[in-house]
Design a protein around this ligand. Structure first.
Ligand code: AMP
Ligand code: ZN
Length: 116
């Protein structure tokens, strides 16, 4: 059961289409509609959590699983050696636009730090 009108809840339950690259019982991973790198994948928990700011101790396992899944996908796609960028934009100054917690996996080009 997702939050009403949340686009990532709808992607997770399949009522909005996406290009899925991985899913399991607790999360889904799909290609970003507006990619910022040759590979740009979003990894989202099936449970609605507004943002990292709203994550609680009870989310410890899913937060770890989101990160390990990002690493698994990156490894499976052959990016381990060259590297990749994992990002969690949070609230306004963090550049968050969709308020359902998600991990960006960006790969396939070098990234500068700090980001803009
Ligand atoms: P953020 O700015 O961190 O909240 O990231 C939201 C991301 O969701 C952006 O990179 C968007 O391009 C992406 N996005 C928004 N709607 C969709 C969608 N329907 N399918 C795939 N990606 C989406
Ligand atoms: Zn949601």
């Amino acid at each position: 059961m997702g939050a009403k009108d949340c686009i990532f809840c709808k992607i997770a339950d399949g009522s909005i289409p996406s290009s899925r690259v991985f899913e399991d019982s607790t999360l889904v991973a799909f290609n970003d509609l507006n990619p910022q790198a040759p590979t740009h994948i979003l990894i989202v928990p099936r449970e609605h959590i507004d943002s990292l700011d709203k994550a609680a101790e009870s989310h410890t396992a899913i937060l770890g699983h989101l990160l390990l899944t990002a690493a698994d996908i990156a490894r499976a796609k052959g990016f381990s050696n060259n590297g990749y960028r994992v990002v969690v934009n949070t609230n306004g100054d963090g550049g968050q636009t969709v308020f359902h917690l998600h991990v960006h996996l960006l790969a396939g080009r070098p990234f500068i730090f700090p980001p803009g």
